[in-house]
Design a binder for this molecule. Structure first.
Ligand SMILES: [Fe+2]
Length: 419
């Protein structure tokens, strides 16, 4: 079904209708399965509300030094598994992160980014935002490259990758100890900004979750079969077999965690990230679209080549679990499962810029290695990374990072040196 859509054949509504029937025929009890799953989501939302009212920590937090010293307990790991996200405090020294923030500010100014008209090529978020975002389409500033190839992030991401079940028969789904660079952008959000707000959404494919028979349908097989309690969001099998409809900013890599590194202090109300820390929400949304109150040609407003919205009309229950990150300090990092619904607060009511570099965890596997080859070419030429709109703000500057700025680890992560 997905290939038909990609090739421009077939009517989307008909394809959706057909696919929904295929999924329903797999489990004739899909209504009851959804009811049970909804009870689970309801209980999770109630727990989040209870913790919030009691002023308790909801998003797990660990210290970077405890990863280094192998001091993360099984209880802490279980907590991360339950919530699908984690804050790693002091991943970098505060002074380092702040210096990177200053350097990126200068870089954006010196390459004349602000003098160039909005190229208007990035349509991905068009359904999510009110106006022009305060996310800069720069990929190759020296601080970004330095942070991505840092030993600290290598250590953190090895730990994060190992939270997944990656061993599968004789072949591992991915190698948790070898990281692939996924070049992404940077956010500099000014106080008072009310233009960046991103509605609650999931990245990494929208309609694909229903239509991709060789990838996503295997990922969610237990949910589709009705055995929803067996569904394990941390089972990596088939996650690297998914096919995404190519589109600016639809991530074609497999990421064990999305994430960012804070370059400035930012707390609730400062235009920060929000999460629904219920990792099975995406699987619940899958079943939601099969129910009889949803039009036959609709997947609860999922649109191809766009972020998958957690929609107030259809997913109101889950949206009640949306919470803001606690205060983040420069050098802290936050990580969330690729199925986790996330959003950005509508308005930055704080006093200072809230700045981050988006850096995810993308372990070595065939899918990710294939992407590296395209990305390396973009790096050398200073072009926008392949998954993103070709805005190419950095082509004409020699201020960007080049080969001499890559460490051996950085070259390996970029696929430019063998491991
Ligand atoms: Fe996102």
């Amino acid at each position: 079904m997905l290939d038909k859509l990609e090739q421009g054949h077939g009517n989307l509504g008909e394809i959706i209708h057909f696919s929904k029937n295929v999924l329903r025929n797999t489990n004739s009890n899909y209504v009851q399965t959804f009811k049970e799953f909804t009870q689970y989501i309801n209980a999770e939302v109630a727990e989040i509300k209870r913790l919030k009212a009691a002023g308790k920590t909801i998003i797990p937090e660990i210290e970077y030094i405890d990863i280094v010293e192998n001091n993360i307990s099984s209880e802490q790991k279980a907590w991360i598994h339950q919530r699908g996200c984690v804050i790693i405090r002091n991943t970098f020294a505060q002074s380092q992160a702040e210096a990177w923030g200053d350097e990126i500010k200068s870089y954006i100014e010196n390459i004349g980014y602000l003098d160039q008209p909005d190229k208007g090529l990035d349509k991905y978020f068009s359904s999510l935002q009110d106006q022009k975002p305060q996310i800069y389409s720069v990929y190759w500033s020296k601080p970004q490259v330095e942070a991505r190839q840092s030993e600290n992030l290598a250590t953190a991401r090895k730990f994060l990758n190992r939270l997944w079940e990656f061993e599968h028969g004789e072949n591992n789904v991915f190698d948790p100890d070898r990281e692939c660079t996924y070049a992404d952008r940077t956010r500099r959000r000014q106080p008072g900004d009310n233009s960046l707000g991103l509605k609650p959404h999931i990245d990494g494919g929208s309609v694909e979750r229903w239509l991709d028979a060789s990838g996503y349908q295997h990922v969610y097989r237990h949910v589709i079969n009705g055995d929803w309690k067996r569904y394990n969001p941390w089972d990596a099998r088939y996650r690297t077999d998914t096919t995404e409809i190519p589109s600016p900013a639809v991530c074609q890599m497999f990421r064990t965690f999305q994430g960012w590194t804070a370059l400035s202090e930012q707390g609730p109300g400062d235009g920060t990230l929000q999460l629904i820390p219920i990792v099975k929400t995406a699987a619940w949304m899958l079943l939601r679209a099969l129910q009889s109150d949803v039009p036959e040609d609709s997947l609860c407003n999922a649109v191809p080549a766009r972020a998958l919205l957690c929609d107030p009309d259809w997913h109101e229950l889950a949206l009640q679990g949306l919470i803001s990150l606690p205060k983040m300090n420069p050098g802290d990092t936050v990580w969330w499962h690729p199925d986790l619904v996330h959003a950005v607060e509508d308005e930055h009511k704080g006093q200072h810029f809230s700045n981050v570099i988006y850096i995810a965890a993308a372990p070595y596997c065939e899918k990710n290695a294939a992407y590296l080859a395209y990305q390396a070419k973009c790096f050398v030429e200073g072009k926008s990374a392949p998954d993103f709109a070709a805005e190419n703000y950095e082509v004409d500057t020699d201020l960007r990072a080049n080969m001499s700025d890559l460490t051996d680890l950085g070259k390996k992560q970029m696929g430019m040196l063998s491991w």
